[in-house]
Design a protein around this ligand. Structure first.
Ligand code: DAH
Length: 339
């Protein structure tokens, strides 16, 4: 019996099949309920005790050789049919290409830029590591001016003249130094403030600055531009300007838009007033023009600045500013459908 079993093992190992059906009949022949192994195990009962160990082992070997063979051949046929069918129907739809999503800060920045592009604003950028002149002094914030405390600054230790810009207004100064009026420019960028991180504020955030300088620019031009912007950006057509103070503009104002009080969220985000503050603005202070060698008797202009996170939080109902910087894909993926 031992010889017979060993012979069968060789036979099994050498077996080759041309089709799935052949594999199946091979399986039935050896492993089926009326198969060879079943018979052999039946015969095994009558084997002499002294031979049981050896023959038992041989039988087990035969069973695993047959099982392995069946699995191996089945796998081979399956992968062959798969690769064949991948050439099969050439008109079938393609595999979808997984698309990434733009970051909500980029989405909002691009939208703002697009709205102002349409009325002739260009884009300008400046360095994130800025000197005192461009971030403060040229903007009518001389040393020891109390208004410097409005923005907690990160200074560069090795050189106290250098700092991380606290606002994108620094790009105004640089742009005016290198260009002559008429000026219509928009400066998006990252800014830094030494502030505690919470759901509402962060030490890194983004702003967009606008600057418009020409002859005879008036406050009415500023207001009309802002109204155009809020209509295009938010679909809201009521704004109000509240008197405020910024060292680089005179007069200065805070811009509120009327968001409405239609839903519960409207109540929540406007604290029940219907109004939302979205940016600061004003007429460029003559000192700022002078500092950039632009003649304030000939030219006037307006400027405005807004926080991009704040607007993105409003538009997408994002409750916590920290979500923008954590890069959690579950958050980012939600902006897939937005361009
Ligand atoms: N730089 C101001 C800030 O960071 C924002 C700002 C206000 C910019 C008024 C302006 C402006 O250009 O006119 O808070």
């Amino acid at each position: 019996m031992l010889d017979k079993v060993n012979e069968l093992i060789l036979e099994v190992k050498a077996f080759k099949a041309n089709s799935k059906e052949e594999v199946e009949s091979f399986r039935i022949k050896y492993l089926g309920s009326k198969g060879i192994l079943k018979d052999l195990f039946g015969e095994f009962k009558n084997v002499e005790n002294s031979l049981k160990k050896e023959i038992g082992q041989a039988l087990n070997n035969l069973r695993s050789a047959a099982t392995d063979k069946v699995n191996e051949l089945k796998d081979a046929f399956e992968s062959a049919t798969e690769s064949q069918s991948s050439y099969g129907d050439l008109t079938r739809p393609a595999e979808p290409i997984p698309l990434g999503a733009r970051h909500p800060i980029s989405i909002v920045k691009n939208r703002i830029v697009e709205v102002f592009n349409r009325i002739g604003f260009t884009i300008s950028e400046g360095p994130e590591i800025e000197d005192d002149w461009h971030n403060f002094t040229a903007l009518n914030l001389p040393e020891y001016h109390p208004a410097r405390d409005m923005q907690d600054t990160f200074f560069i230790e090795k050189n106290p003249d250098l700092l991380l810009r606290t606002h994108t207004s620094s790009v105004q100064t640089r742009y005016m130094e290198n260009n002559t009026p008429p000026i219509r420019t928009l400066s998006p960028g990252r800014v830094f403030r030494n502030e505690d991180i919470s759901a509402r504020s962060h030490c890194i955030f983004h702003q967009i600055e606008g600057l418009y300088i020409d002859t005879d620019v008036s406050f009415a031009d500023l207001k009309q531009t802002l109204l155009y912007f809020t209509k295009e950006m938010f679909g809201k057509s009521k704004i109000r300007l509240r008197p405020s103070f910024f060292p680089f503009t005179e007069p200065s104002a805070e811009v509120d838009i009327y968001w409405g009080l239609e839903t519960e969220t409207d109540y929540k985000i406007t604290k029940g007033t219907g109004w939302l503050e979205i940016m600061g603005c004003g007429m460029v202070d003559p000192n700022v023009l002078k500092n950039a060698n632009i003649d304030p008797t000939k030219y006037s202009g307006y400027a405005f600045g807004m926080g991009i996170e704040r607007i993105a939080m409003l538009l997408y109902q994002i409750p916590d500013i920290r979500m923008f910087y954590e890069n959690d894909v579950r958050f980012l993926e939600q902006f897939k459908s937005v361009l």
